[in-house]
Design a protein around this ligand. Sequence first.
Ligand SMILES: CC(C)(COP(=O)(O)OP(=O)(O)OC[C@H]1O[C@@H](n2cnc3c(N)ncnc32)[C@H](O)[C@@H]1OP(=O)(O)O)[C@@H](O)C(=O)NCCC(=O)NCCS
Length: 394
Amino acid sequence: MIKNTMTSLPLSSLTLRLATREEAIQARKGAFSQWGRSLSFEKYLARDAIMDTLEFATDGKMNTWVLALRDNSSHPFVASCETYRRDSLVMRPGDDAPSGAISYGIASVFTPPAFRRNGYAAHMMRLLHRVLSPASSLPPFPVEIWGQPPPPIPPGVKAGDALFSVLYSDVGPQFYKLCGPVPGADGWIVCDPWSTIWDIDDSIDQHPGSSSLKWLEANDIFPHLQGDAWELATRVLPANAAASGGKVHVAVRPSREQITFLTARYLLTLPTPPLAPTRWGAAITSDNVRQSSYIVWAPEPHPHSTLLIIRMRCDSVRTFSVLLGAAKQAARDFGLKHVEIWNTIPKSGWMADLARKWGGRRVRRSEHLPAIAWYGRDKADDIVWDLNERFVWC
Ligand SMILES: CC(C)(COP(=O)(O)OP(=O)(O)OC[C@H]1O[C@@H](n2cnc3c(N)ncnc32)[C@H](O)[C@@H]1OP(=O)(O)O)[C@@H](O)C(=O)NCCC(=O)NCCS
């Protein structure tokens, strides 16, 4: 990439603050060339305006941040990003049960082309730790290098309480790692960027069916998510923590907010007339919805013609085979060429064997690399991110 030739602003003259409404819209307009994809400019802006009104963004859960001159001069902001607040869980060694925690998902990290390669995005990300997490969880701010820290969060703005934050790097593993809260400290560390992918061809696999299989429409998903959140807190995190011995386990709690985010984003990005799915997943019902096996997906025609499995819970050879068969069927119905799931399928064990038997290949992704920054008192090396799956993506 060519280094830009505009005079760069000293990093110490810049600060991170909440965008005004106009700046947030400006940031989106500027990023259209990057994320507009198949949408017209108008549809892209309309999509995001609708997204702003949905449950994952309202009540202060979504914020846009800008890196701008401290003196609020007429110079435009030089980088921007968005954050989404999420209910999460943490379980430390010795805990009887997980506790609630807050995490943030970070999205839309962007520097306008004219300002690139001046260190602005990296500096914005370094400062972002300071507004997401409590000051007590970070080393002292290096005033002598970066000037004064970002201004205090205005009253009523929900921020400053993160136990961890996550993002999905499309610029490799190093960029965000180097963005620590002080020079030399780690920022976001890539964690398990694994996918299992099944190619869909014309041959029909002999996946078993089930008389208990039920297709899920959008509203049918939510009870399964509630069951999932319950299972995560009462069974999955405690079991994982016990098995790893001494590690701290964290997870974003599955909720309708994340699923609404993904389904709305896909629906609002689809061409007109929309190829709107009515089937967003499938479940093998049991009397207790908490224990039902289920799968939720979203079609992503661009760029890889893939049906993405957002979340799957199943605990037997039979339920996995049936649910995967349902996902492949849905991919065929949408005319998609692949089915993909993030993590979920471990490297070895019965599920890995079965995934392979049904034609799956495990790949290390080079895009959307999940990365986590940790703000707790425990060592970052001791953190295990459970349910590091597509449903957390933003
Ligand atoms: C990626 C992006 C935000 C970087 O913004 P920037 O302000 O130019 O970045 P910085 O100047 O802070 O870069 C710091 C270092 O990161 C690295 N870096 C910068 N852009 C990079 C990229 N696209 N890929 C990999 N590394 C990159 C470089 O090592 C750079 O240091 P150098 O200029 O001394 O070589 C910007 O190119 C952009 O907006 N791209 C389009 C949107 C996008 O891809 N966002 C990221 C989504 S995860």
